[in-house]
Design a protein around this ligand. Structure first.
Ligand SMILES: Nc1nc2c(c(=O)[nH]1)N[C@H]1C(S)=C(S)[C@@H](COP(=O)(O)O)O[C@H]1N2
Ligand SMILES: [Mo]
Length: 337
């Protein structure tokens, strides 16, 4: 670093570059620490930390990589080599030429492009999720794949919670499954007296309840006061009749990958809901619609999106994020156990 600084003494541009790199690294570290301890900071702080951390990752990180690549020994060597051959081959041209055509510039632009390309899938996913309205015009509007549409109860429309505060980050570990009236249904089976399959129409005939609750992701973002309307899980379980040896409830997603579990006792909590509407509107595709689980007292990784099967089992199942180290009991409020 010392050496590096000395060589930069008279090079204003390079000093700015180095400043940007160091600032980005500091920002990544500070926002990362705040996110790790997001339970201890106010929600505004964690929300902003996450936004800043994202920008630093998708804009700052490619820049840092470019910076380190173009300053590495082998890159400099390659540049010198190209410059030498350039001078040998076309000495006349060089002086007169626009610098943009120099091989050295080309080399830098090419490495920059490769780095941006490597990051592009991550960057574009991040952009489309963060600024959905900007990109909405780019994808053609879809026709409503579910009919009939559920009619919201008077508590949902207008929403008694006054409308949710905050934005969903639409998080998924798979592609969004394309569901519609004919390829979606909800199966309830396993250790139950009478297994059941609800198609869309039958599902909408079930009695729906409304609750206002907050939604917290473990990574530090939240959506507050969502008015959810749906069927109570306890009610669905009562209908199929849970057998005595059942101890856990396993939830499946139509994505074919994501699963999670609750103990039978947790599943019977009176706010655990198979939700269909939020703030009086059908839950959108990327939000986990048509039907998602909502477990307000636990972190949102328990709230399985695109729910299509509920199975009663007698052993503990390890869900997608639990397999990757997250707690089986995801209480938001630490004092529960
Ligand atoms: N099927 C499925 N359900 C899922 C997930 C997922 O990746 N796939 N992610 C979970 C996590 S970690 C969170 S924070 C919430 C995100 O919900 P949202 O995408 O509607 O914001 O969904 C949860 N349910
Ligand atoms: Mo999450």
């Amino acid at each position: 670093m010392n050496k590096h600084l000395k060589t930069l003494r008279n090079k204003q541009n390079k000093r700015i570059n180095l400043g940007i790199v160091i600032a980005t690294l500091l920002i990544l570290i500070i926002s990362g620490v705040l996110l790790t301890f997001h339970r201890m900071v106010p929600p505004v702080v964690s929300t902003w930390s996450l936004i800043i951390h994202d920008v630093a990752t998708w804009v700052g990180l490619p820049y840092i990589i470019y910076h380190s690549v173009t300053r590495s020994k082998w890159f400099k060597k390659l540049e010198r080599h190209l410059q030498k051959t350039e001078k040998k081959e076309e000495p006349m041209l060089i002086e007169a030429n626009n610098p943009i055509y120099k091989r050295r510039t080309f080399l830098r632009m090419a490495s920059g492009s490769i780095i941006v390309l490597l990051f592009s899938s991550g960057i574009s996913k991040w952009l489309t999720l963060q600024f959905p309205t900007i990109f909405a015009q780019m994808s053609q509007p879809k026709s409503q794949p579910f009919s009939p549409l559920p009619r919201p109860t008077s508590k949902s429309m207008p929403p008694i919670g006054g409308g949710r505060k905050g934005e969903f980050r639409y998080f998924t570990v798979t592609e969004t499954p394309q569901l519609n009236t004919s390829n979606w249904n909800l199966k309830i089976d396993g250790l139950v007296e009478s297994p059941n399959v609800y198609n869309w129409e039958r599902f909408l005939q079930l009695k729906r309840y409304v609750q206002v609750s907050d939604f917290h992701c473990v990574t530090g973002w939240s959506v507050y006061s969502g008015t959810w309307e749906g069927i109570l899980l306890s009610e669905l379980l009562r209908q199929v009749g849970v057998k005595k040896d059942a101890q856990f409830v396993k939830f499946y997603s139509a994505d074919g990958v994501y699963t999670d579990t609750l103990s039978l006792e947790q599943a019977k909590m009176d706010d655990v809901m198979v939700a269909v509407l939020i703030d009086g509107e059908l839950i959108t595709e990327k939000n986990g619609g048509p039907v998602r689980l909502i477990v307000p007292q636990m972190y949102a990784y328990k709230s399985v999106k695109w729910l299509n099967r509920i199975e009663l089992i007698n052993h503990e199942h390890i869900g997608y994020w639990e397999e990757r180290g997250y707690a089986q009991n995801a209480w938001v409020n630490n004092s529960k156990s």
